[in-house]
Design a protein around this ligand. Structure first.
Ligand code: PDD
Length: 277
């Protein structure tokens, strides 16, 4: 495994951050998760743009240029040598005596890890996964990919305890997204998914999948789905760096569609697989 702190690769055992780092004490930081396909980081520019945007929204100076990140990521992937890798980038506001307001002179802490990616088993993909709904307790800026993930952590644990794959978050009766993924449904031949905005993360995978759907001439509606509409959907699927395109066949014990990944889900998953092969 590869670790990197503040511009340098360091041995994994030495990859530590001081206890007064604001990421540790306040969750005052932002992150990205990127995966490789055949050793190449997928949609790296989109992830780096989102990292910059998240940082800017928190008035956090982004310490490196994209060219720097690209060079380090390439070097790290090569050094790691995994068939497929998961790249984690994080920038926090740095180390300073604990005080909620921004420190005057802290330097951002930047870390990267590169670890082996274990893809979901093929039979899980072909069968589809179960999910449960969980109240969306998050703040009003879910478009910022901040390391404050407590509501996501609790929701995901709730799903795990229930023996299902994903927690689908519901805010005031409306489906927002998953704890680690975006949620899309198919109703009357149309793909329906929550609009970009402060209630969801603008997923890189979501964006690419919607482009694929446009190419296939599948109609798309970016609007919120109510919980009854979610249950009544013909298909539901998740998108995300780690889940790719993943069919949901059961939500809260209610069967979705025919109880197998639907035709549009299967088509988009196949397109995804072809694009990343
Ligand atoms: N999460 N929504 C949330 C809340 C997420 O955390 C993620 C990704 C997504 C999908 O975004 P993308 O397609 O850009 O990966 C949507 C990453 C993988 C994580 O936190 O591990």
């Amino acid at each position: 495994d590869i670790a990197f702190i503040n511009g340098r690769f360091v041995p994994w055992e030495d990859a530590t951050v001081p206890i007064e780092d604001r990421g540790f004490q306040f969750g005052d930081g932002v992150y990205e998760v990127i995966r490789t396909y055949r050793g190449m980081p997928f949609e790296l520019d989109a992830h780096l743009r989102r990292l910059d945007r998240s940082a800017a929204e928190l008035q956090l100076p982004s310490p490196y240029r994209h060219a720097d990140w690209r060079a380090w990521i390439d070097a790290g992937i090569e050094q790691a040598g995994y068939p497929e890798a998961k790249i984690y980038l994080q920038i926090t506001r740095g180390v300073a005596p604990r005080d909620h307001a921004f420190p005057a002179d802290a330097r951002p802490t930047t870390v990267m890890t590169i670890r082996e990616l274990h893809p979901l088993p093929d039979d899980t993909r072909s069968r589809g996964v179960k999910a449960k709904t969980v109240e969306d307790l998050r703040w009003g800026r879910c478009d910022i990919k901040s390391v404050n993930l407590l509501p996501n952590v609790l929701a995901r644990q709730d799903a795990k305890r229930a023996g299902v794959f994903e927690a689908i978050l519901v805010k005031d009766g409306w489906v927002t997204e998953g704890s680690v993924s975006n949620v899309l449904a198919v109703r009357q031949g149309r793909i329906v998914t929550a609009p970009e905005g402060p209630r969801i993360l603008s997923g890189v995978t979501r964006h690419v999948v919607l482009e694929l759907a446009r190419k296939e001439a599948f109609p798309i509606e970016e609007r919120y789905l109510s919980l009854p509409d979610l249950y009544a959907a013909d298909e539901v699927f998740l998108t995300g760096t780690t889940v790719e395109v993943l069919g949901v066949i059961d939500i809260d014990g209610r069967q979705i569609g025919a109880g197998v990944p639907g035709a549009i889900t299967t088509r988009l998953a196949a397109q995804w697989a072809a694009m990343t092969a």
